[in-house]
Design a protein around this ligand. Structure first.
Ligand SMILES: O=C(O)CCC(=O)C(=O)O
Length: 292
């Protein structure tokens, strides 16, 4: 049974991230890999991005390059089991309380020899809520290091401002400030079965995969149930109540003093963060190998 120590909890609160090994067993990781391989096979017959598959620009039927599987918990029960993995829920509850919803999930594959980078951003820019007890867990399906493009974070940035994620008047899904430099960035290196956790306001991103080893990262977004989205969508109660993973829903949002800018007007290119970030004038990861 995995529990965070008081030191780990304190470190998360101060630094805005954690890396924790051995949360998923090797049998669980094996199953996730097998299921994921099946989706990569299925992507051979897909030629354009759709509601399930997001493809690398180099994707072909003979060389399938799946960039992201969207909403994996709806695509296969193995992913659904992972988001409610008891080890994981226990850890998340220690950080943001027992009543939990999810506002999103995805599998970023970053396949060998060219998987796409994700430019620096704060998740909070995509989905501001009434309070910021929100975090994202990355389940490492492969050993992850700088070589294969592991997640990088800027410690303590969750306590800082919300940076500009707009360009030419619209949302661009990445930090657009021309003076931004990722000072102090650190990689979260993990063995397969370990997890990264980052606060929704933590600056993070990751380099292209220039190695011969895949870096598949299953990302689950968890929210304290009393954090309500400021852009709730068409069927707010059904969406919210349907996203409860543990504990009770509430129609009494908790309001705290958080920096907010809505991700509007919407990004020119929709469908995924990779698409949102297309056209970013200052892409820091695309050009250079990650530097420490
Ligand atoms: O896949 C990664 O390394 C980063 C993913 C991420 O931050 C995102 O998809 O929002």
């Amino acid at each position: 049974m995995t529990m965070l120590t008081p030191q780990q909890i304190e470190s998360y609160r101060a630094e805005g991230y954690l890396g924790i090994e051995n949360v998923f067993s090797s049998a669980e990781v094996e199953e996730l890999r097998r299921v994921t391989d099946e989706f990569v096979e299925k992507s051979r017959s897909v030629t354009v991005n759709d509601a399930v598959f997001d493809l690398e620009p180099t994707h072909t039927p003979t060389n399938p390059r799946l960039r992201r599987l969207k909403d994996p918990i709806k695509q296969h029960p193995a992913y659904r089991r992972a988001i409610v993995n008891p080890n994981l829920l226990r850890i998340v509850s220690q950080l943001i309380g027992p009543d939990l919803t999810t506002n999103g999930n995805k599998l970023n594959l970053k396949l060998a020899d060219g998987g796409s980078p994700v430019e620096w951003h704060q998740d909070w820019a995509f989905y501001p809520h009434t309070n910021d007890d929100l975090l994202a867990v990355g389940v490492a399906m492969d050993d992850s290091s700088l070589e294969n493009g592991c997640l990088m974070v800027i410690p303590r940035s969750h306590r800082g401002p919300l940076l500009d994620h707009h360009q030419d008047g619209g949302f661009i899904g990445a930090v657009s400030d021309p003076d931004f430099a990722p000072h102090g960035a650190i990689p979260i290196t993990l063995k397969a079965g370990g997890v990264s956790i980052h606060h929704a306001r933590t600056l993070h991103g990751s380099a292209p995969n220039r190695s011969p080893r895949a870096r598949r990262l299953l990302l689950f977004q968890y929210c304290a149930a009393d954090a309500w989205p400021l852009l709730p969508g068409d069927h707010p109660w059904e969406t919210y109540a349907g996203s409860v993973l543990q504990g009770k829903p509430t129609n009494r949002p908790r309001l705290t003093d958080v920096p907010v800018r809505l991700p509007l007007p919407p990004a020119k290119h929709g469908g995924s963060i990779y698409e949102n970030q297309r056209g970013l004038k200052r892409a820091l990861f695309s050009a250079e190998p990650a530097k420490m």
